[in-house]
Design a protein around this ligand. Structure first.
Ligand SMILES: *Cc1c(COP(=O)(O)O)cnc(C)c1O
Length: 426
């Protein structure tokens, strides 16, 4: 399917026709959909917030519960999937999702924890170079993390925090403005930290271009990929990104509070001298259990691990990554462009001046999410949608975020969502 060749039509049978032609349609059957009291599937467009449960997750978790019951501590070595190296069996597939070398990727901790650990290594402010650039409307946790790091190093937000925002009356940040800040203030900037996809507007940043420009000014570059991993095509290694962090419970369907991902570019990952906060799980495997008192890190992103990781949440992540691996990120991204394009077409076709899509129109600058501003609306609209069987997401003051996820959403879902919006009196 190719969006350039697809002329959309605004009726249900057209949506159903696209579903029939969809080569990924079988994956929908692999997920549990929330249902209403009568047992009907709800229209779930909230995979950017919490991905649906793969039906296989239960058996993956049961396997580990059974092995724990059967083997106790011996499960570390004799479980079907031994727990000692369990995280390693996730690495290859997780690296495939973000296009990195396996040695650059590890699953560990949760997202904000990883963000702090990475800033410990990559934010090393000096008198002359101590600023961090972030989006003004970055996710609050990222703002708190960044601001606390600046304070921790004894600098002030007035001098060391540089927030970028859209131009007045515009919805997303112009790439040229990011490049301009790098050009003009680069000498005093230590770190650039952006969301790969902004959680509010759905804008996907031009990561390759931005990373190149920042490196010319000796600025280190990190991305928070919470809304990008499993959503858009990433090439972390090739783009020379210095580090990245992401959670796995949004597009990657690992379940609430699931274990997070972390990328450290090979340049740094193989450098045992990189400053870091250390824990025993990051220590070289050959001598970890002889419990030496001095720390010697594993080569690669694994050298940033602190603790032995939670097997049960890794099991549900494994269930989902196995599906991603089979479906293929490229195929998913192709369907995603079409699915989101269809939603955009239907919204435009409402020809309703109180609706404004605040996500970029360029398919290269967005993923699966459209953020829809409904002027003069309030949360009642959102409550009305829930009553019509739609689960999406409401952000104050007037924005609905809807994410048609290519792995399990259908063109019919998209049609029914826009229809529900119309019937909710927009
Ligand atoms: C979802 C999200 C988070 C959540 O952080 P946790 O540490 O997983 O609770 C943080 N930052 C961004 C950009 C997010 O989208």
């Amino acid at each position: 399917m190719n969006q350039a060749k697809t002329v959309f039509e605004n009726h249900l049978s057209f949506a159903k026709g696209l579903d029939q032609k969809d080569s990924l349609k079988k994956y929908r059957e692999l997920f549990h959909f929330p249902k209403d009291s009568k047992g009907n599937h709800l229209i779930y467009l909230c995979g950017n917030s919490l991905g649906l449960q793969p039906k296989s997750a239960k058996s993956y978790i049961d396997q580990e519960l059974d092995d724990w019951a059967r083997l106790g501590v011996e499960g570390h070595f004799h479980a079907k999937h031994p727990w000692m190296p369990y995280h390693e069996i996730l690495t290859q597939k997780m690296a495939g999702v973000v296009n990195a070398k396996p040695v650059e990727v590890v699953v560990m901790n949760s997202l904000t924890v990883n963000l702090h650990l990475m800033m410990v290594s990559f934010y090393r402010p000096t008198m002359l170079k101590n600023k961090i650039v972030i989006e003004q409307n970055a996710f609050p946790s990222d703002q708190y993390a960044v601001k606390s790091q600046i304070h921790f190093h004894g600098y002030s937000l007035e001098n060391s925090l540089l927030e970028i925002s859209p131009e007045p009356n515009e919805n997303w940040i112009r790439t040229e403005n990011i490049l301009k800040i790098i050009e003009e203030q680069g000498d005093s900037i230590a770190l650039l930290l952006l969301g790969g996809v902004n959680y509010y507007t759905g804008q996907a940043f031009q990561m390759k271009l931005i990373t190149e420009a920042a490196h010319k000014k000796n600025i280190l570059v990190g991305f928070d990929l919470a809304h990008a991993a499993g959503n858009i095509e990433l090439r972390l290694h090739d783009w020379n990104v210095d580090f990245a962090v992401w959670c796995s419970y949004k597009y990657l369907n690992s379940g609430p509070g699931g274990i997070a991902g972390c990328f450290v570019h090979e340049h740094f990952a193989m450098d045992g001298e990189m400053p870091r906060f250390a824990g025993w799980w990051g220590h070289r495997k050959e001598t970890r259990f002889s419990m030496p008192s001095s720390f010697s890190p594993i080569n690669g992103a694994e050298g940033w691990q602190l603790s032995n990781p939670p097997i049960l949440t890794m099991a549900s992540l494994k269930a989902s990554l196995d599906i991603f691996d089979e479906a293929g990120m490229e195929n998913l991204c192709n369907k995603s462009r079409l699915l989101t394009g269809f939603m955009e077409f239907l919204l435009d076709d409402l020809q309703n001046s109180s609706i404004e899509i605040i996500t970029p129109k360029d398919p290269e600058q967005r993923g699966a999410q459209l953020s829809i501003r409904v002027k003069n609306s309030n949360k009642e609209l959102f409550t009305g949608l829930i009553k019509k069987g739609v689960i999406c997401d409401w952000r104050e003051p007037d924005v609905i975020r809807a994410a048609p996820v290519p792995l399990y959403n259908s063109f019919e879902d998209v049609f029914l969502f826009v229809d529900a919006l119309k019937k909710a009196g927009v």
